[in-house]
Design a protein around this ligand. Structure first.
Ligand code: PLP
Length: 401
């Protein structure tokens, strides 16, 4: 603990994950440790392993690792590919850069389609590359669904159609670490072979779990894949998961939280969860436009429902602005990553977020712009308020009363 004086009220954690954890999940996790080889755990294991499938819209296996999302990235590559395999990746932002870097370190041969970091992956460029690959040297297409660094969302359905258009047999691997439970994601319908995600974003849990949905085709590929793997081996995991257990000590406390998170998402309804994210992100973009600031995402087709990345005007440092917001209003905004460092800040509006959370966050940003002397027009929050009021839908219970 620091010696800094207590700051009253709650901290506004408006980074694009980890996100604040709802009280219901915190109390679900506040349990004594249980025997992970016992009957009670088995019931919990079965419950979460089956429940998480609906969030991915899949009937296939979903593996839950006690790891951050990066572990699931590694598992996706090492379980399906062999040394020297070519993988097609799209440099949509910092997380795509990191995944491609991992592929190189693992001994794969990534071919990276560049972008200017202001749109999602361009399906027509993927189609072009695959069409040229008549020898089918490309073994996997890897795309980031929601680029957390830029606020651009890739249209995975379009990527699937591009692959089908040229009948390319590569695996489709999707990083939906900050997309899951924020934006629609249809693992089965979109023919995704491996979708990876994490606990600390739309799933509203603390960091520490990753999720990997696996198609039958990816499972087949894992039988012959030559990259080395041990801790992340899918077969050990699936063999144990078949009766609710894990091959090593699972993160039992987080799994209690996961069971609660799945219940919460089902109770709200996944489609309502997506609509809520879409609406709150639109309110955020409206405010940014009124301020006269520029969104990093330059094409509405790719707008992210989870995070909005905002460019600072020339001559103004985004991190200095973030510090002013933190010091004055007790709110953390996301920092700019890699080439956006100092040039952009990120407003997270994902997970357990509602109208007033977002309006509070936008108010802090608008006041911060004033205090930091960043040129802007007033009225962004007012525009967001009007939009939120106009699009309000009373909660179902209130309607019924
Ligand atoms: N991919 C995306 C899109 C992310 O947003 C993140 C983390 O923010 C990662 C990968 C890495 O996940 P983790 O930090 O959980 O290892």
């Amino acid at each position: 603990m620091t010696n800094a004086p207590r700051r009253p009220g709650r901290h506004f954690l408006q980074i694009p994950g980890p996100t604040p954890v709802p009280e219901g999940i915190l109390s679900a996790m506040s349990r004594q440790i249980l025997d992970h080889r016992g009957l009670e755990f088995q019931q919990l294991g079965k419950r979460v392993l089956s429940g998480i499938k609906s969030v991915f819209k899949t009937q296939s296996h979903v593996i839950i690792y006690p790891s951050s999302g990066t572990g699931a990235w590694e598992a996706a590559l090492t379980n399906t590919l062999s040394p020297g395999d070519k993988v097609l990746m799209c440099e949509t932002g910092q997380f795509a850069v990191l995944w491609a870097g991992m592929a190189t370190r693992l001994g794969l041969d990534p071919e990276v389609i560049p972008t200017d970091w202001r749109i999602g992956a361009d399906a027509s460029l993927i189609e072009h590359k695959l069409r040229a690959d008549t020898a089918h040297k490309i073994k996997a297409v890897c795309v980031v669904h929601n680029e957390t660094s830029t606020g651009c969302l890739t249209r995975i359905d379009e990527v699937r159609r591009a692959m089908d258009a040229v009948k390319h047999p590569a695996l489709l691997m999707v990083d939906s670490i900050s997309g899951l439970a924020c934006a629609d994601l249809r693992h089965d319908e979109w023919g995704i072979d491996v979708t990876v995600s994490g606990s600390q974003k739309g799933m509203m849990l603390p960091p520490g779990l990753s999720f990997t949905a696996i198609s039958a085709k990816a499972l087949d590929a894992s039988k012959t894949a030559g990259l080395k793997r041990s801790y992340f081996s899918w077969d050990d995991m699936l063999a144990n998961n078949s009766n609710g257990f894990f091959p090593y000590t699972p993160a039992t406390g987080l799994l209690y939280g996961l069971a609660e998170a799945i219940d919460m998402l089902n109770s709200e309804g996944l489609e309502n969860v997506f609509q809520r994210h879409a609406r709150l992100s639109e309110a955020t973009r409206l405010a940014v436009r009124v301020w006269g600031l520029e969104l990093v995402c330059r094409d509405a087709k790719y707008y992210s429902p989870a995070v909005t990345t905002v460019l600072m005007p020339d001559g103004h440092n985004a991190d200095a602005f973030r510090k002013i917001v933190l010091d004055n209003f007790n709110m953390s905004l996301g920092t700019g990553l890699n080439k956006l460092a100092g040039k952009a800040f990120r407003i997270g509006h994902l997970g357990d977020t509602n109208e007033l959370t977002v309006l509070g966050a936008l108010t802090g940003v608008e006041m911060g712009l004033e205090l930091a002397g960043v040129p802007h027009k007033k009225g962004g929050v007012a525009a967001a308020m009007s939009y939120i009021a106009e699009t309000a839908q009373p909660a179902k219970e209130a309607e019924a009363a």
